[in-house]
Design a protein around this ligand. Structure first.
Ligand code: ATP
Ligand code: MG
Length: 358
């Protein structure tokens, strides 16, 4: 019997359509190689062009339309001419929030053949950062007081609920259990005396349910240093919304840059669809020129396959990606090559065929 996965595609702006086209190429290849799997995708033309034409980033009932899919595959949103607070809030963040995608997963892995700015071996950097994606420092709570006076004050309140904190930490432990790895919590209890002290307490509590899993806890400042001086000590990392945002970009910088970094927004209960995306933006400077690196978008396809329970395919896609990099002759300009976006995607697809044929 064929398993069919339903995917809602939002190619979005700038290089989004170019890089996601290569992700679909990989899915097509899998369909051809494995008759037991099918992918049915529906494209939604939402984004900044849509905004210019219709005055909205997505349809009013957009969330309703997306609900029935197994996953969302997003290219990039945002373009000069549309303010970030519209492009980001009315599409990306709306989806994350409406579908309670409270887990953000970012693999930070140095692939063979990628030059890191560190003197690191590719085996030294291989971690999974689990970032809280629904509340914390980005809850949007705060105030502006005494505006226009010398006494003006801006307040930004972090919101750390027990439910929100516990579920993200528990997710990290479950992931570590499945992968047989340690869990490191990154927080800042010495300075953020309410929220992060609470975070540390919850981490401690949840860890008692997993006595066999080794744990570590670092302050975010120290963790940032160790990311650079000794990344091998991190395996599964769990952290808050703000800290996760920052350290995953640090991680991306250590492992090949934006063209390679993928991220998944997960609703673990599968009540709603989860969303997979390259973490880079729309890169207007190179849009429409076939210069964009599609490897991040392809890596997010690998994450999507894992999420579908097709881990064997997820692994093969990552292997094909690694071989393309190690091979080195079909890479985009950001990785020092001269290949187009489509040529790079085709190369990964042909390695995938080769790996699957073995
Ligand atoms: P946004 O606000 O949408 O996040 P941004 O300008 O902050 O956009 P990006 O669009 O992510 O950031 O990219 C910054 C720069 O990095 C781009 O201008 C581009 O030169 C480069 N870049 C980003 N993604 C890629 C990619 N996939 N391939 C090659 N270069 C990329
Ligand atoms: Mg950006």
């Amino acid at each position: 019997m064929t398993k069919t996965f339903h995917i809602a595609g939002i190619p979005g702006d700038g290089i989004g359509p170019e890089v996601t086209a290569e992700g679909y190429k990989i899915l097509k290849t899998i369909e051809q190689l494995d008759p037991s799997i099918a992918f049915e995708s529906t494209e939604f033309p939402w984004g900044c062009e849509y905004y210019h034409r219709y005055g909205k980033m997505m349809d009013e009932d957009g969330i309703e339309q997306l609900k029935k899919f197994d996953a969302i595959y997003l290219g990039a949103v945002g373009y000069p001419g549309v303010p970030d607070h519209i492009s980001l809030w009315d599409l990306l963040l709306k989806i994350r929030k409406s579908f309670d995608q409270y887990v953000n997963i970012r693999p930070i892995k140095l692939l063979e053949g990628v030059t890191s700015p560190l003197r690191a071996e590719y085996s030294d950097i291989d971690m999974l950062v689990i970032r809280e994606n629904s509340e914390g420092e980005y809850a949007g709570a705060g105030d502006r007081l005494f505006q226009g006076t010398p006494e003006e004050v801006a307040l930004q309140t972090g919101v750390f609920s027990r439910k929100g904190t516990e579920r993200i930490i528990r997710y990290a432990f479950e992931e570590a259990k499945a992968l047989n790895k340690s869990v490191t919590s990154i927080s800042k209890g010495n300075a953020l005396n309410y929220s992060m002290v609470f975070w540390d307490e919850v981490f401690e509590e949840v860890s008692r349910d997993y006595p066999d899993i080794p744990t570590h806890s670092y302050l975010v400042d120290a963790a940032s240093m160790f990311f650079v001086t000794d990344p091998a000590r991190f395996e599964v990392v769990v952290t808050s919304n703000l800290f996760g945002d920052i350290i995953t970009d640090l991680g991306a910088g250590l492992t090949g840059g934006l063209g390679l970094a993928a991220g998944a927004n997960i609703n673990p209960e599968k009540t709603y669809p989860s969303m997979f995306e390259p973490i880079h933006g729309s890169a207007p400077d190179i849009a429409g020129q076939q210069k964009a690196n599609p490897l991040a978008a392809i890596w997010s396809i690998s994450q999507m396959l894992d999420f579908f329970g097709e881990e064997a395919w997820g692994k093969k896609v990552l292997e094909a990606l690694e071989q393309t990099i190690a091979d080195g002759d079909t890479l985009t300009p950001d990785m020092g090559g001269t290949a187009t976006t489509a040529e790079t995607g085709t190369k990964v697809a042909s390695y995938l065929e080769e790996i699957a044929g073995k």
